[in-house]
Design a protein around this ligand. Structure first.
Ligand code: GLN
Length: 214
C-alpha cells in the first residue's frame, strides 16, 4: 500500500502557541490516552462539558462502550458542540470513539456522523473478542520517516470499518483486506488501541493533524 498523502500541507492547521489536546472523559479508556500525550510533552484537558472544548487544538475520543459514550454526550449537551468542533479541528476516535465518529453503525445510537465510514460493532465475535496483530500503516512515515516497523494493533471487542466512502480514505487494513483505520482530512478512526502500546507513532500522527510542531 503506498503511503497516502491525505492532508494537503496548506490544510494542516497553524500550530497553536498554547497547544492543548482534549480527551473526551465521559467513559472508557481516556486515562491511557492522557498518559501517552503527557509522555509526548503535550498539555491535556479532560472534556466533559461543551466549554471544555474552548481553545483545544484537537480531541481524542477513547475506547469504551459507544452506546454509553453517545448517551452521556447527549445528556451533557455535547453532541452539537462536538460536531462543530470536528468540522474545524482534529478528532481521533479509537474503537468506541471510531464508532461514535462514524456516519453509520447500523444501530440506533447517538453518533457524531462526522466521518464517511460505516462500522460494524463487535465484528470479531465474542469468543475471539480480543487479539493483537502487527499491521503496516504507511501513513505513520509522516512522523517517523526512518521507522519501518509495523504497528502493534490491539483489538478489544473491536469494530470493523465496513465501508469507507470518499472523502474518507483507508489508512490501514488487516492482511485479509478488512479495514481497521481510516482518515478524512483532520479526522482519524482506528478500530484498535494505540494507547495500550508503547509505540507513540499514532499519537504523534494525530498531533501532526492537529497542528503540533514540537
Ligand atoms: N464494543 C465496543 C462498542 O461497540 C467498543 C469496544 C472498545 O472500545 N474497546 O462500543
Amino acid at each position: 500500500m503506498p503511503a497516502p498523502n491525505l492532508i494537503p500541507p496548506e490544510k494542516v492547521p497553524a500550530p497553536h502557541s498554547d497547544f492543548t489536546v482534549g480527551v473526551l472523559a465521559l467513559q472508557g479508556s481516556f486515562w491511557e490516552h492522557e498518559v501517552m500525550l503527557r509522555r509526548l510533552g503535550v498539555a491535556v484537558r479532560e472534556v466533559r462539558l461543551p466549554s471544555d472544548l474552548d481553545g483545544l487544538a484537537g480531541l481524542i475520543i477513547p475506547g469504551g462502550e459507544s452506546t454509553t459514550i453517545g448517551k452521556l454526550a447527549v445528556e451533557f449537551g455535547l453532541l452539537e458542540p462536538l460536531r462543530a468542533f470536528g468540522r474545524e479541528h482534529a478528532i481521533w476516535g479509537t474503537c468506541a470513539g471510531a464508532i461514535f465518529l462514524s456516519k453509520d453503525a447500523r444501530r440506533n445510537q447517538p453518533l457524531l456522523e462526522l466521518m464517511d465510514i460505516t462500522v460494524e460493532r463487535n465484528a470479531f465475535g465474542r469468543q475471539v473478542a480480543s487479539f493483537e496483530v502487527d499491521i503496516p500503516v504507511p501513513a505513520l512515515k509522516v512522523v517517523a520517516p526512518d521507522d519501518d516497523r509495523p504497528f502493534r494493533a490491539v483489538f478489544i471487542r473491536a469494530p470493523l470499518i465496513e465501508r469507507v466512502t470518499p472523502p474518507a480514505e483507508v489508512l490501514a487494513t488487516l492482511e485479509d483486506g478488512r479495514i481497521v483505520a481510516a482518515q478524512q482530512g483532520h479526522l482519524l478512526a482506528t478500530a484498535f488501541h494505540p494507547e495500550l502500546t508503547d509505540d507513540t507513532r499514532f499519537h504523534r500522527y494525530f498531533l501532526h493533524l492537529a497542528g503540533w510542531a514540537p
